[in-house]
Design a protein around this ligand. Structure first.
Ligand SMILES: N[C@@H](CCC(=O)N[C@@H](CS)C(=O)NCC(=O)O)C(=O)O
Length: 215
């Protein structure tokens, strides 16, 4: 099964980490922003990464891809079946994809992707506004709701943990991880998740490219 994209995308990284946690072999076909490869465009008609292919089945969107993989390999589940736990898991996935990436993506894009990948100037005012106004309430929310077990749903690893951990790799690359004095549970969660083999290998490769040190 092929994933089209680059692991530095929080959505692509989420799918790759999910596959690793499930023991599903996924081949990453490196596909950059704006790629016109017809195989990729067939999977992702609007050119957004990740795209995905399993034989003649092609689709895009990280959550749609994970829904397919979870249906193919239901056990052990990473999307719980108990109704409330299932609903909460989908909320956290959606929260990560829209609210977290909506804010953190502005920082990563303007300080890393624009200057280092696209070789164009980033919008520092946009990055600064996201850093100072949009991100702090997100960190406070996560610190408030993260259970003492350190897992978001059912006191065990689920898609919720993978989805929330992924954008924090992008924050690592811009040197903006939360601090233990203010967000102790969240910092412990990030350290635990990023040390898992499903994340650690990608972080190592990305860090070589973006040139930042670990937590
Ligand atoms: N909801 C989608 C979002 C995918 C997405 O926006 N990916 C970004 C990279 S992080 C992208 O490909 N942007 C290129 C573009 O918008 O043209 C998902 O979960 O996969």
């Amino acid at each position: 099964m092929i994933v089209y994209g680059a692991s530095a995308s929080p959505f692509v990284r989420k799918v790759l980490a999910y596959g690793a946690e499930k023991g599903i072999a996924l081949e990453l076909k490196n596909t950059g922003l704006g790629a016109k490869d017809p195989e990729f465009i067939e999977a992702s008609p609007f050119g957004k990464m990740p795209g995905f292919r399993d034989g003649d089945f092609a689709i895009s969107d990280s959550s749609a891809i994970i829904t397919y993989l979870e249906a193919l390999h239901p056990d052990p589940n990473l999307i719980p079946t108990e109704p409330k736990a299932r609903s909460r898991t989908i909320w956290y996935d959606e929260f990560a994809d829209t609210i977290m990436v909506g804010a953190m993506g502005k920082i990563f894009f303007n300080r890393v992707v624009a200057p280092k990948v696209l070789k164009i100037p980033g919008d520092e005012a946009m990055a600064h506004a996201a850093e100072t106004k949009e991100v702090p309430p997100i960190l406070d929310y996560i610190e408030r709701i993260l259970p003492a077990s350190g897992w978001f749903v059912e006191d065990r690893l689920t898609l919720a943990d993978i989805a929330i951990a992924s954008p924090f790799v992008n924050m690592l690359h811009v040197g903006l991880l939360p601090k233990a004095e203010k967000h102790p549970k969240l910092v412990a969660f990030i350290e635990k998740m990023h040390a898992r083999p499903s994340f650690a290998g990608w972080i190592e490769r990305e860090r070589k490219f973006f040139g930042r040190s670990a937590i």
